[in-house]
Design a protein around this ligand. Structure first.
Ligand SMILES: *[C@@H]1O[C@H](CO)[C@@H](O)[C@H](O)[C@H]1NC(C)=O
Length: 307
């Protein structure tokens, strides 16, 4: 288990021979933000960094804090996208595919923390499962050609979902997408398992790419500041147990940089946890894959009055 100093030292050694392009979805707050900031620091700003999210003013602040690059190719930009909707993701990834030559790092961390039950977008996708799984699935699927280009040029090509490696549950084939029976707790167990299965599907087709499913552990982010008065005492407790987003980002980047290729599940300290608490068979993996494709196609086809 790397101590924080060791993770930092390993990350500081990141010095690619190529000019890196990194995309951070959910990079305007919490761990995603801290990962983008650490990435900018370790590359001394000499990278093309794309922050995808909703909050432009937060993104402007983050980008303003990045080191001033010396490489004229460097670019730090915000791409506005409400990732609750699959059609927005479709438009964003189409535009990125058109204008980016490649992607070396795709970091996915959009999140939602509340205790509500099923809560669907106008496309009929539950918001919690949407941010934690379907949106990330779609970004990965749509941007794979750009990752492929990076790898084919002999460069890093890595995707990381910051979610809950090791904290999933069994696949319920009679309740795919929790459409029959839903609770926040069930959703919490479903997204990590589906994430493992999606990366396992990709790695079979692209064994030379790296796919990382990381568990950040308890982190003091804006997402987990519980607003209900009755839950407020938990905030204090969580802040005692929690890692700061900055420290967490070091461990997350450590896991990302250390995974050369293949699928790696990483804990809150960035260690590979192998197959511990792994759920889902080969057959279930392909059923979940088909379910996801159908669900996203259905969402894209849904009639929506205005977006
Ligand atoms: C957007 O980010 C700014 C700056 O970090 C913050 O003050 C504001 O509350 C955020 N807005 C929303 C809607 O989250």
């Amino acid at each position: 288990m790397p101590a924080l100093a060791a993770a930092r030292a390993a990350n500081a050694a990141f010095s690619p021979a190529y000019f890196p392009i990194a995309v951070f979805v959910g990079g305007t707050s919490g761990i995603g933000r801290a990962c983008a900031e650490a990435f900018a620091r370790y590359t001394k700003g000499n990278a093309h960094i794309v922050i995808v999210g909703r909050n432009k003013s937060a993104a402007d602040d983050i980008i303003a804090s990045f080191p001033t690059p010396t490489n004229p190719k460097a670019k730090h930009e915000f791409v506005s996208c409400d990732v609750f909707l699959m059609r927005n993701i479709q438009a964003t990834t189409a535009s990125l595919r058109e204008r980016l030559p490649k992607i070396n790092f795709l970091v996915l961390s959009p999140g939602l923390f509340n205790l509500r039950g099923r809560d669907e977008t106008v496309e009929g996708i539950d918001k919690r499962l949407g941010l934690h799984y379907y949106a990330r699935w779609k970004f990965t699927y749509d941007l794979l050609p750009l990752l492929r280009k990076a790898k084919d040029a002999g460069e890093d090509a890595k995707v990381m979902s910051v979610l809950g490696a090791g904290y999933g549950g069994a696949v319920d084939l009679n309740n795919l997408g929790l459409k029959k029976s839903y609770s926040p707790a069930k959703a919490g167990l479903t997204s990590p398992t589906y994430t493992d299965l999606m990366f396992e599907h990709h790695v079979r087709e692209n064994p030379d790419l790296a796919f990382v499913h990381a568990n950040p552990g308890p982190v003091a982010t804006p997402l987990v500041q519980l607003k209900h008065w009755a839950l407020r005492p938990i905030n204090g407790l969580m802040s005692l147990l929690a890692t700061s987003p900055e420290d967490c980002a070091e461990y997350m980047l450590y896991g990302l940089f250390q995974t050369e290729k293949g699928f790696s599940r990483r804990n809150a300290k960035g260690d590979d946890i192998g197959n511990s608490n792994h759920y889902g068979s080969d057959e279930e993996r392909e059923i979940v894959w088909e379910h996801t494709k159908e669900e996203i196609d259905r969402a894209l086809a849904a009639k929506v009055e205005s977006t």
